[in-house]
Design a binder for this molecule. Structure first.
Ligand SMILES: N[C@@H](CCC(=O)N[C@@H](CS)C(=O)NCC(=O)O)C(=O)O
Length: 234
């Protein structure tokens, strides 16, 4: 196995960075992780004080979000990758034989389609609007804020329903094809958010089955333990 560069994941427990940790554990890729916190201006910065919020913005994530994923190469050169689908795709490319990005060209396109849909539709205009309405409107206007949150809820529900409909149609063991892919990995934390915000997730039966199978995996157990999160089903 070729030597890998050093990886640092900037995360927040239970945030979308959880998908990155899960992908890394699934492929047994060593990494270090740095927890983050919000500073007095509500900007995300490393909790260990290794970078200020400004340094984090300039060196890791231009929007002060998690996940930030820093690669340090053997010659000391550092690169930061942002955007969950891009980080997940990079991680899958480190162990291509495992097929986490899909095994055939068609599967690869379908996995990417789900990653983009999860990030853009379910997370971006769904959860982003519900839990971070300030990304869309001036939240000092409570009516505007409520309108955006309502829109977010509708988008979330529509996205879960779309996923469930496709799973029912496909009838496969996992979201794409017959083995675990990045789509399943990313779907895990998105399901947990639905549980936390009482979206009645168990009515999405096929999605729930996938989440149960994910929770039985060592990679998920390790991920939950490291983030101090309880399993939902086990
Ligand atoms: N498009 C980004 C979104 C990242 C994102 O929204 N991260 C959230 C946590 S799940 C965050 O850092 N929020 C901090 C904030 O809104 O200040 C991605 O897919 O990685």
């Amino acid at each position: 196995m070729a030597a890998l560069p050093d990886f640092t994941l900037y995360y927040s427990a239970g945030a979308c960075s959880n998908a990155v940790r899960l992908a890394l554990h699934e492929l047994s890729i060593p990494f270090q992780s740095v927890n983050t916190r919000r500073n007095a201006n509500l900007k995300i910065e490393p909790a260990d004080g290794s970078l200020t919020a400004e340094e984090y913005r300039d060196q890791v994530h231009h929007k002060n979000y998690v996940p930030g994923f820093v690669i340090t190469f053997a010659d000391g050169h550092r690169e930061s990758i942002t955007e969950t689908p891009a980080i997940l795709s990079y991680i899958a490319s480190l162990r291509p034989e495992r097929g986490l990005a899909g095994k055939t060209d068609l599967e690869k396109a379908r996995v990417l389609s789900w990653l983009v849909y999860f990030a853009g539709e379910l997370h971006g205009v769904g959860w982003g609007a519900l839990v971070a309405p300030k990304r869309f409107v001036d939240v000092s206007d409570k009516k505007l804020e409520e309108g955006v949150k309502e829109g977010g809820k509708k988008n979330i529900k529509a996205a879960y329903e779309h996923l469930e409909t496709e799973l029912q149609k496909g009838g496969g063991e996992w979201i794409v094809g017959s083995s675990l892919t990045l789509a399943d990995v990313y779907s895990y934390i998105l399901y947990r958010w639905g549980v936390k915000h009482e979206f009645g997730m168990e009515k999405y039966e096929r999605y729930t089955e996938i989440v149960k199978k994910l929770e039985a995996r060592e990679s998920t157990k390790k991920t939950l333990e490291e983030e101090g999160l309880p399993a939902h089903f086990q």
